[in-house]
Ligand binder design. Sequence first.
Ligand code: URA
Length: 411
Amino acid sequence: MSRQPPVAFSATDTIERKRDGHELTEPEIHAFIKGFTSGDVPEYQAAAFAMAVYFKGMTPEETATLTRAMCDSGTRFEHPTGSPTKVDKHSTGGIGDKTSPILAPLLACHQVWVPMVSGRGLGITGGTLDKLESIPGLSTNISLTDAYAQLAECAVVMMGQTPEICPADRKLYALRDVTATVPSQPLIVASILSKKLAESLDQLVLDVKFGSGAFMKTRAEAEQLAEALTTTASAAGLPTKAILSPMQEPLGHAVGNALEIIEVIETLKGNGPTDLINLTLDLAAALGIDRAAAQTTLSDGTALTRFEKMVHMQGGSIEAFTSRAPAPVIREIPAPTSGTLTALDAETIGRAAVALGAGRQKSDDQINMAVGFDQIAKVGTSPTLLARVHATSEAAANSAAQKLLAAAIIQ
Ligand code: URA
């Protein structure tokens, strides 16, 4: 017998109705998110709700309502009249994906504003906020007032969900990270777009990843997610493009928070890996920036100067980052045999990085900024070194080395 939505809101009833495959009503989705944001709906009920959505999915209407409810859990940016075009990019998550801290300052050099609201590590994927916070002193917990001031002076701000901006996503994101409820299309759509709608953008580009290190394992799943994201965004009045990008091997040569920021800085100095540079320029071009002009901004130091200004305005110190302590153990992992590297499984490397301490296994875990992998070999090359592992102990380095070797196919 089909159960009708209750007249008075009950979180238990909402979870039960979703568990049993019913379509939730607009008022009950809004009431659930409002209750969760205020603390009236406890985390264990929100975790059960996320798992019910994971298994039963949501209709496009429910997804759009959830997106709005999460966006409306806070306030939206109100940009001053006459301010430049506001643009942003968001990725669905990958291994070694450090595109945002390169692209955001680069875009800001091209007469647009970039009010970027990002997330922390999610599942096996690293998060922009965690990576940025490996820079000593840098804060991503920025008030709207400070964000407005920074946009006016620097044209770019990189911040997290705050009590003002998307507080519902701030809480649900952290819960999904540790309850195996990340790879759910409606939850991904609502999480990403609630943040992007709150930014009050003119244009958005999405990097929808597919492959072992992405939440969408196949291109077909990624196409579906891209369709859901662009349709929901456009219906909410935000012109959005999506590009699909492969995530079979890590992006660039580094995985792990501080190790990725080193690669970001090298890329901004014009020494980046080809795959990372190409993806960054593709995303800039999708936002209407001339590709050749973007390439110049990246290679001539202009984007680096903007990055340094942004870091400084957010309290960070590049000097302190440069002199930070490395991980206690740094070990080279040679290729076990000669030949061409034909695969380096991104998911295995992502899991190994989380096990090293680069990601969270429980919501209150402290992540270790120094650990991970660098000098990771690229598929298609014939490497003598597979990668270096940065670990807190010999035992952790051994375990990571075993995983790395298992991820590689050399023929
Ligand atoms: N990025 C987000 O902000 N949310 C998700 O769910 C996945 C990627």
